[in-house]
Design a binder for this molecule. Sequence first.
Ligand SMILES: [Zn+2]
Ligand SMILES: [Zn+2]
Ligand SMILES: [Zn+2]
Ligand SMILES: [Zn+2]
Length: 352
Amino acid sequence: MNKPEIKEAVLATLRACNKPLALPVPIKKIIREGFPNVRLIRFSKQMQRRGMTYEEMKQFCGTDDACTDYYADSDTYVIYYNDVDNLKISSNRYRWNIAHELGHIALNHHKKYDQTRIFRTGLKNELYSVIEEEANMFAAYILVPHIVISCVADKHHIGIRNLCKVSGAAAVRRFDAIQAWSRRNRAEAYDLELLGFFSHYVEKNPYSVSVRDWLDSHRACKRCSSTLGRFTNFCEVCGAPVQGHYKLKGDIMEYPGIELDGEDRVLECPVCHNTELYAKGRFCIICGNSLVNLCSNGQASYGFSCQNNDPLPGNARYCPFCGAESTFLQRGIIFRWDEKSDEIDEDGALPF
Ligand SMILES: [Zn+2]
Ligand SMILES: [Zn+2]
Ligand SMILES: [Zn+2]
Ligand SMILES: [Zn+2]
């Protein structure tokens, strides 16, 4: 079984959906949003449409859980799932069944093995068990995401069953797996990207202060990799809209800026280089220029103006609340995040 391939399929599925997610994972919504070539059809609907009895429907599917038909001509899939058996619904078994079928689709099993439907009889025994296991692994990874769970619940006493809405049997198996995962105590690139899709959810519901701190110190801008503050709409460094994104600490970029004092003022006037600052004054006593970095949209005399009048950090190129340029960027005191400063260029000059 190819675990990296399954993990990649899970990420590709979430990227295709590209919506903020929460637990329990909205598996049907993920299919609706991310897979326009997949149709979900309830047993009851199909029975009504075709005038079939429940027995006939189960026979048609060859199972009382779910099955998927692949139509190669149009590259489309139809997933039929059992909503007639109350137990499948109340135990949440149907969610697992749908995720399992999506696993076959995301892992291209139908295409790879030239099947219109994954049947025990259509495949060699050994191959059939491998792809069944792969689809189950996909369902497990997508419905029970370890890193998300460990951010919102005490992972030693979690009720995976309630949190993730999976069957009791599946919950027990996943609990063992999550214990093993948390003993390793290391987030991989897979975990960090996956967590990004749940950023709104985990940041609103952190299980503990240490989880809160962990999230704070791993949150980074998707475009420029600088740290992102809590409750911001735009990256301060590159101005990109904030999307949930986490990185390993070592991969987070620090962008240069102007050093500030305890009053958020520059230590030296960036215009006239005067270093004599007056008490708490925010303007240079020699040339009258502002000594603090502000949102340039703060003083708009008409129309929309930003509510944020507080000074920004010395390396902020943009306002984290409205996305407008900072006054330091506008006045050329700091450079755009993707531009090199003149000083760095000079370093590369020829030595003569
Ligand atoms: Zn299957
Ligand atoms: Zn950025
Ligand atoms: Zn000055
Ligand atoms: Zn602003």
